[in-house]
Design a protein around this ligand. Structure first.
Ligand SMILES: Nc1ncnc2c1ncn2[C@@H]1O[C@H](COP(=O)(O)OP(=O)(O)O)[C@@H](O)[C@H]1O
Ligand SMILES: [Mg+2]
Length: 455
């Protein structure tokens, strides 16, 4: 494989040919080649190759070839020769998401994030965003949204991408079989799509069962019966009850059992933290049923006695990404201290975001580094074991990780489309950028714009 970057120009010549500078042809090992296949995403055209006496990496294409290839723009771009006789321009990175009617924020609250991601490799890659309805399969094109350098966004018809980064925001929509079929069409055409869909809490439990990293997952039950819940309370004295398709801490109960005093339920109601006591189990189960009808759709999980700061539990968001060598890395870590009386550590319920160094120093002093490094190793192990049992391509994972009072590492939840709220912390902004760089690098790997050691 040969790869480099080049500058694409439009030439006024009319001849059906492409013109490459000598330097570019040499870099791509095409100096002796008479005809070449120029590719951009799903489009390709084979033409005579003519060499120009010009230094630097330059490629001149006719206006008609530019239109045929549906290149999003001219200028600098990566170019690879994977087959011996090709110039594959790209990568074309497509971000799959929902598009709303707005010229300034076409992706709603995700707009800033998408623009930031598109900046990472803007001088070497073609980025565009699209929604499922923007794809024209019979033409092999996408009615894409691309950023304008002067600000704002514009529509342009481009080829199918080399790689798809899935940021569809709706759990419900992703569960539709039509959406599954839509995504499968990319795979069938050999276009990798990563971050296939949201995980439910129970999916992760299934993926990890039988793996080495399963030891990091608290004892859990899906759809517990009243009897099972009671048994779990007797065994662990402390459990979490969480909607399996939930997020943001919504609908979560923290239940404890004290043989002398009975059952306690802590949860959030009308924007406030509530604590109720029940002498008998019946009272507790009535409360749970009153709110949910039943315990279907819930996961009951052994409660973990988390390390604390100022009497408030502390946990961590590990933002994991793949890198250019297809390996998992810990791109960023945010520490989250729970608000007083809150069941979770979410900022919306009074939680506070800190750096892990800040937080762990308060708990472990000079041993903080060793504890953090152990947690990172565990997170990598978790990501590897989840990936091994998952049938789709993963590029990113967000783990909610706790450390208990015996220094054991636990994972409560794995998010396959992790939010980016930890990057609001000023000290984590740089890691936010680094995480996008990793995702870009992983796109290069998936789209074969980067040499693979494993072939
Ligand atoms: N088993 C548990 N033991 C202790 N704390 C937990 C447990 N499960 C969840 N939590 C706390 O609740 C928070 C939210 O739980 P999580 O499973 O991440 O649900 P959500 O999808 O709502 O974010 C966690 O970040 C953690 O602070
Ligand atoms: Mg969570």
């Amino acid at each position: 494989m040969s790869s480099t970057t080049c500058t694409v120009h439009i030439t006024k010549r009319q001849e059906r040919a492409v013109y490459a500078s000598g330097d570019l042809a040499r870099a791509l090992k095409l100096s002796k080649t008479r005809s070449v296949t120029v590719k951009a995403g799903s489009k390709s055209v084979t033409l005579p190759l003519k060499l120009l006496k010009k230094s630097g990496n330059h490629l001149y294409i006719t206006a008609s070839l530019y239109t045929q290839l549906k290149l999003p723009r001219t200028g600098t771009i990566m170019v690879v020769n994977n087959s011996g006789k090709e110039m594959k321009l790209g990568p074309l990175i497509g971000i799959l998401t929902n598009v709303v009617r707005s010229s300034t924020a076409p992706f709603g609250s995700r707009t800033d994030f998408i623009r930031q991601f598109m900046r990472v490799g803007a001088d070497r890659a073609f980025y565009f965003a699209f929604s499922p309805s923007d794809v024209n399969w019979s033409q092999g094109t996408v009615n894409a949204i691309i950023p304008r350098s002067e600000g704002g966004w514009v529509r342009k018809t481009v080829p199918l991408p080399d790689v798809v980064y899935n940021r569809l925001p709706s759990r419900k929509a992703e569960k539709l079989s039509s959406m599954n079929a839509f995504k499968q069409r990319f795979i069938r055409r050999g276009i990798p799509l990563f971050n296939w869909s949201f995980f439910d809490k129970w999916d992760v439990y299934n993926l990890l069962q039988g793996t080495d990293a399963f030891r990091f997952v608290p004892d859990s039950r899906i759809n517990p019966s009243g009897e099972e819940l009671k048994e779990m309370l007797e065994k662990h004295k402390f459990i979490y009850l969480k909607p399996t398709a939930g997020s943001l801490g919504i609908g979560i109960y923290r239940l404890t059992y004290n043989p002398k005093r009975g059952y306690y339920a802590r949860f959030r109601r009308s924007g406030r933290n509530v604590l109720l006591r029940f002498g008998k189990y019946d009272g507790l189960i009535k409360l749970l049923h009153r709110h949910n009808g039943s315990l279907r759709g819930y996961v009951a999980q052994q409660g973990i006695r988390l390390i604390e700061i100022d009497g408030c539990p502390l946990d961590f968001r590990f933002h994991m990404t793949k890198n250019s060598a297809n390996q998992w890395v810990v791109a960023a870590i945010g520490a989250k201290k729970a608000g007083k009386g809150s069941v979770t550590t979410h900022v919306r319920t009074g939680g506070m975001l800190m750096t892990p160094e800040q937080a762990l120093r308060q708990v472990y002093g000079s041993r903080a580094d060793a504890v953090l490094s152990n947690a990172k190793d565990s997170a990598i192990k978790l990501a590897q074991d989840i990936e091994r049992n998952y049938k789709h391509t993963l590029g990113e994972l967000g783990f909610d990780i706790g450390i208990d009072k015996n220094e054991r590492i636990w994972m409560f939840e794995a998010n396959s489309k992790p939010g980016r709220s930890i990057f609001k912390h000023p000290a984590l902004k740089e890691q936010g950028r680094a995480s996008l760089q990793y995702i870009y690098d992983y796109c290069l790997y998936l789209s074969r714009f980067k040499a693979r050691r494993d072939g």
